[in-house]
Structures are given as structure tokens and as C-alpha cells.
Design a protein around this ligand. Structure first.
Ligand code: SF4
Ligand code: SF4
Length: 143
């Protein structure tokens, strides 16, 4: 079993195709759509595919055969806990709620698996505690 995050780009002729349905039903993949901005002019979707590694590869091949542009997200946001002041700016700015304020002690939790790498928090963090790292760093927090 494995899971990977992908960005899919749809052209207008593809928006009515049951592509996600086929990934799920034909290939048995678990599909988690993190963000989708699609209308009659095409659009973009960020999704996590989870399942057998071979099946994920087949899923990518299916997408490519269907003329969906697909690329794996290989960069992830990392938070340097030593720099973080728990100010909470990132909590309000993140569109997918990857940061969460723990009210028991007012520290900010980072849920790296939710991140869609939009980049908004990088510039917003007053402590410069947030950076982009490679895929291996997907746990999200610097040591
Ligand atoms: S904006 Fe930066 S300093 Fe403030 S809570 Fe988020 S990571 Fe920490
Ligand atoms: S880059 Fe920052 S703001 Fe954007 S989704 Fe990831 S954690 Fe949230």
C-alpha cells in the first residue's frame, strides 16, 4: 500500500468525463480530493491516491491516456518548530486547515498531510518558520 499526492489539469473537453469514478471503481484506488477548481473551461484538482503501488502507477497511466495532465507533488511545506512562535497567522490563512490551534496550551499543530502546497503560509509567517522541502520531509516538521 502507498499513497501519493497529485495535481491534475483538465482541459474543457475532459470536464464531463467520469475520470475520478474510474480511478476508484476500475482500479480500486482510494481517491481523496483535497481541492478542485473545475468549470466548463477546464481546471485543476489536487488529489491523494491510495492503494497498491502498482495500481497507483496504472492510475497515472490511465490519466495520461485520457489526456489529463498529471504530476506528482514532490515538494511539501515544513515548519521549523524552533522558530515558530505559535502566533496563529498560518491558522487563519491556510485554505485546507493544515494548521490548527490547540486551545489547551495555545500551540499551533501542523498537519502536513493536508497541505496542498499553495504557498500562502510561506510569505505570511512573521517568524520565517515555514519553508518548502523535498518529498522525504513530508512529516512536515523540521527536527
Ligand atoms: S505563522 Fe509561523 S510563527 Fe506563526 S504559528 Fe504559523 S508557523 Fe508559527
Ligand atoms: S502551503 Fe501553507 S497555506 Fe498552503 S496548504 Fe500548505 S500549509 Fe496550507
Amino acid at each position: 500500500m502507498g499513497s501519493s499526492k497529485f495535481i491534475l489539469e483538465f482541459t474543457p473537453d475532459l470536464v464531463k468525463e467520469p475520470i475520478v469514478y474510474r480511478l476508484s471503481l476500475d482500479l480500486g484506488l482510494l481517491v481523496n480530493i483535497l481541492r478542485a477548481e473545475i468549470d466548463e473551461n477546464g481546471g485543476r484538482m489536487i488529489m491523494v491516491l491510495e492503494g497498491d503501488t502498482k495500481r497507483i502507477k496504472e492510475g497515472i497511466q490511465f490519466l495520461e491516456r485520457s489526456n489529463v495532465q498529471v504530476r506528482e507533488m514532490t515538494e511539501y511545506v515544513r515548519r521549523d518548530q524552533a522558530r515558530c512562535t505559535d502566533c496563529g497567522v498560518c491558522v487563519s490563512i491556510c485554505p485546507v486547515h493544515a494548521y490548527e490551534l490547540d486551545r489547551s496550551d495555545y500551540h499551533v499543530e501542523f498537519h502536513a498531510e493536508k497541505c496542498i502546497a499553495c504557498g500562502l503560509c510561506l510569505d505570511a509567517c512573521p517568524a520565517a518558520a515555514i519553508s518548502i522541502g523535498a518529498k522525504e520531509d513530508r512529516t512536515g516538521n523540521c527536527i
